[in-house]
Ligand binder design. Structure first.
Ligand code: NAP
Length: 319
């Protein structure tokens, strides 16, 4: 039986609805399809939208919210600072606010720890602006009232530990890839102890986990889909989830979660131990890329490559 979608309270006291609609459409760009997706989601009850400057669709998100007629105050908006804008967070935020048609965002994230130069070259961890420099700018934005909460994305225990040791404000959230094949249990425990909410991106493994027999058997027991089981698991373990779909039927499906038994939660928690299961669903981990993601090595990112850590994804999945 479906249960109400809960909210999580961030360390700033603001509530984030546990299920949001993801706005990465597979390629950057504005469009009526984005507007329609958000309007459909809002009509179904979604009140949490996850976008980013790099997705290039903030104007469409803003247009959808305006056309929906739902008060801005009822909607939780996350957007993200692009790597190319580290070092100019204040003007980048103003540009995002202008596009979104709002005077504040609920959550502003550093999209990736790595900064890019104006020419698009990835800067090394010790080159200005480092993520510590960028986080200090985010702290200033937090005090400006234009952002209700600030956070990070694609941060590991290593990069978070460094950030926490050098700065004042504890991030409200860390958005990373999470699904039953990549549960990141250690990162979840680390963040929970420090009051940082984990948000799951690619929470259904970009649609690649739907045929998993273990997930399907739990789904059949409850009369739901594999996707609903994955999203229910994500919420029940205390992470917010932001699945993306343009399909109205799947939008409805993704907003309906169930209560799993402790045994089912355990089964899903250990599923990634099955041979061949533990891997990312995102192309930037692909074998062709090697142990780099967007110009930094896994060592620099602090991503665990040992058995039980992240393993290189074998298939090519469209990004
Ligand atoms: N911070 C970051 O670096 C980062 C990185 C990646 C993603 N994100 C965020 O996280 C969001 C979600 O991640 P994602 O879009 O990569 O992956 P995802 O939500 O795990 O999967 C999306 C894919 O699954 C399909 N799908 C959705 N619901 C389905 C269902 N009920 N049954 C079957 N297929 C379904 C979608 O196709 P249809 O549209 O055709 O249904 C789409 O191809 C993004 O949109 C973005 O907002 C953030």
């Amino acid at each position: 039986m479906a249960i109400p979608v809960p909210s999580f309270t961030l360390n700033t006291g603001y509530a984030m609805p546990a299920i949001g609609i993801g706005c990465w459409m597979g390629h950057p760009g504005e469009g009526d399809h984005v507007v329609q997706m958000i309007k459909n989601a809002l009509q179904l009850g979604y009140r949490h939208i996850d976008t980013a400057a790099m997705y290039g669709d903030e104007e469409s998100v803003g247009r959808a919210i305006k056309e929906s007629g739902i008060p801005r105050s009822e909607i939780f908006i996350t957007t993200k600072l692009a790597s190319i804008d580290h070092g100019k967070a204040a003007s980048a935020l103003d540009e995002s606010l202008r596009k979104l048609g709002t005077n504040y965002v609920d959550l502003y994230l550093i999209h990736w720890p790595q900064a890019h130069s104006a020419e698009g070259k990835t800067l090394q961890p010790d080159e200005y602006p480092t993520y510590i420099d960028t986080w200090k700018d985010m702290e200033t934005l937090f005090e400006s009232g234009k952002v209700r909460s600030i956070g990070v994305s694609n941060f590991s225990i290593k990069t978070l530990t460094h950030l926490l040791s050098e700065t004042r404000v504890v991030p409200a959230a860390n958005q990373v890839e999470l699904h039953p094949y990549l549960p990141e249990h250690k990162l979840l425990a680390f963040c929970r102890e420090r009051g940082i909410l984990l948000t799951a991106y690619a929470p259904i493994g970009r649609g690649t986990l739907s045929a998993d027999e273990t997930i399907l058997s739990i789904a059949e027991r409850h009369g739901v889909t594999a996707t609903q089981v994955m999203l229910s698991w994500g919420v029940q373990r205390g992470t917010s989830v932001i699945p993306k779909t343009e399909n109205p039927r799947r939008l409805k499906e993704n907003f309906s979660i169930i209560k799993l038994t402790p045994e089912e939660m355990h089964t899903l928690n250990v599923l990634h131990h099955k041979p061949g299961c533990h891997h990312s669903a995102c192309k930037f981990h692909s074998a062709a890329v090697g142990s780099f993601a967007f110009g930094w090595t896994y060592e620099q990112l602090g991503w665990d490559m040992s058995p039980g850590g992240i393993v290189i994804h074998i298939e090519e999945v469209a990004d």
